[in-house]
Ligand binder design. Structure first.
Ligand SMILES: [Zn+2]
Length: 61
């Protein structure tokens, strides 16, 4: 069981790790920490792989 997901910014393709709680905030809308664009993390979820690098993401509140 894991409470974290990996999502990818559709603007710059940077991967981020998000928790279920973060996806609940603002209905999954987050701001990319790399390019600062806003996107819906819940719609950009990636299949999580072992060892995949993913930066923490700041939820848009
Ligand atoms: Zn981005």
């Amino acid at each position: 069981m894991t409470d974290s997901f990996v999502t990818q910014c559709p603007h710059c393709q940077t991967s981020f790790r998000v928790s279920h709680a973060q996806l609940s905030v603002a209905r999954g809308v987050v701001r990319c920490g790399s390019c600062l664009q806003v996107f819906n993390a819940a719609r950009q979820l990636l299949e999580q792989r072992q060892g995949q690098q993913a930066a923490p993401l700041t939820p848009l509140t």
